[in-house]
Design a protein around this ligand. Structure first.
Ligand SMILES: [Zn+2]
Length: 338
């Protein structure tokens, strides 16, 4: 090991120990792969401009964007962005909240937590400089809100296509591509089960089954394991994918807007795999020496992320209503021009 490698290894180990929830989900390569496979689930009828080589690459590049925001040391941005990447389901119990009764309104949820804190006299953990500790994270809200912004982009694109200028259409198309890319990151994160649990980087608290407490576990699952064995088997993942399909509309608009409920269900499915993942590690199946079952498990997770992402993109496109406000505005603009 060179001196530099040695120094960077020490730095890295220190960084891992200091960080709580600084861990990223899938590394950039895995996020890119999820996006690439999700693009393949889209039908031929999907807007053509999205599927050009240039825009496919832009969507793959954007897979890493919200993690790039995390690299900043600025606390206000970390406070805003970091909790969007995870949802530690176990934390709900201390607030006496249940997933079935969560408000899909982000700030309403914050109020629910604040009220519970006051009522139950919950103490916030020490060393909370970013004001991030002690709550579960906002991943379901993040995914749903980014989904709704994508719906909006499709809505105004439709109207610009018939009533806008070439420049407006090009700008609206660029925004669709950007929105697809930003949404993708959080959907990908959710497919990594460690982003749905308080045991996000080694088992915490009581540990009767003796699961790993290694602070390198998260990065091992994110990409370390694949780097140590070999890249994911694209064909094996593709076999698990179906053409993108419409997600159900919420039964009642009062209960949930957008796809909040589908997102919660998707996250809970991944959360159920937290313990099986630790079990795999404990039985040596997530190791370089005997990687087959571990690879199969992670292939399944990459497929889950790609499928959900394809479904959300497809549903956003199909369900987007024309932007009525913009229609009126552009009609008035046309009248003035005549
Ligand atoms: Zn992330």
């Amino acid at each position: 090991m060179s001196a530099w490698r040695g120094i960077s290894a020490i730095f890295y180990a220190t960084f891992l120990c200091l960080s709580s929830h600084l861990v990223q989900a899938w590394d950039y390569e895995r996020h890119r792969l999820i996006n690439d496979l999700a693009l393949d689930t889209l039908p031929q009828s999907f807007p053509r401009f999205v599927l050009t080589a240039e825009n496919r690459e832009r969507i793959r590049f954007l897979a890493g964007e919200p993690d790039r925001w995390r690299n900043t040391r600025d606390r206000a941005l970390r406070h805003l962005n970091n909790p969007d990447h995870y949802f530690d389901v176990e934390y709900l119990a201390q607030y006496e909240l249940k997933t079935e009764t969560l408000s899909h309104f982000r700030y309403r949820f914050v109020e629910q937590m604040a009220a519970a804190r006051a009522r139950l006299k919950l103490e916030l953990p020490e060393g909370n400089t970013d004001h991030l500790k002690g709550h579960p994270g906002f991943m379901p809200w993040s995914i749903n809100e980014h989904y709704l912004k994508l719906v909006s982009s499709f809505s105004y694109l439709q109207v610009f296509k018939t009533m806008g200028t070439q420049e407006e259409i090009a700008n609206a198309q660029a925004n669709v591509v950007y929105r697809m890319g930003i949404l993708s990151h959080f959907v990908g994160d959710a497919a990594q089960p460690l982003h749905t649990t308080e045991h996000f980087n080694g088992w915490t608290g009581e540990n009767p089954k003796g699961y790993t407490t290694s602070r390198r576990f998260h990065s091992w699952v994110d990409g370390g394991f694949f780097k140590a064995t070999s890249d994911p088997d694209r064909a094996a993942i593709t076999k698990q994918l179906n053409p993108a399909a419409l997600l159900m509309r919420p039964a009642s608009r009062d209960l949930a807007s957008g796809q909040f409920q589908a997102v919660i269900d998707y996250i809970l499915e991944q959360h159920r795999l937290v313990e099986p993942l630790y079990q795999l590690d404990k039985t040596g199946k997530l190791s370089k020496e005997t990687p087959a079952a571990g690879r199969q498990f992670l292939h399944q997770q990459l497929a889950a992320g790609s499928q959900m992402l394809g479904n959300l993109w497809f549903t956003a496109w199909k369900e987007a209503p024309p932007d009525r406000f913009l229609q009126v505005y552009l009609a008035q603009r046309k009248l003035k021009e005549e």
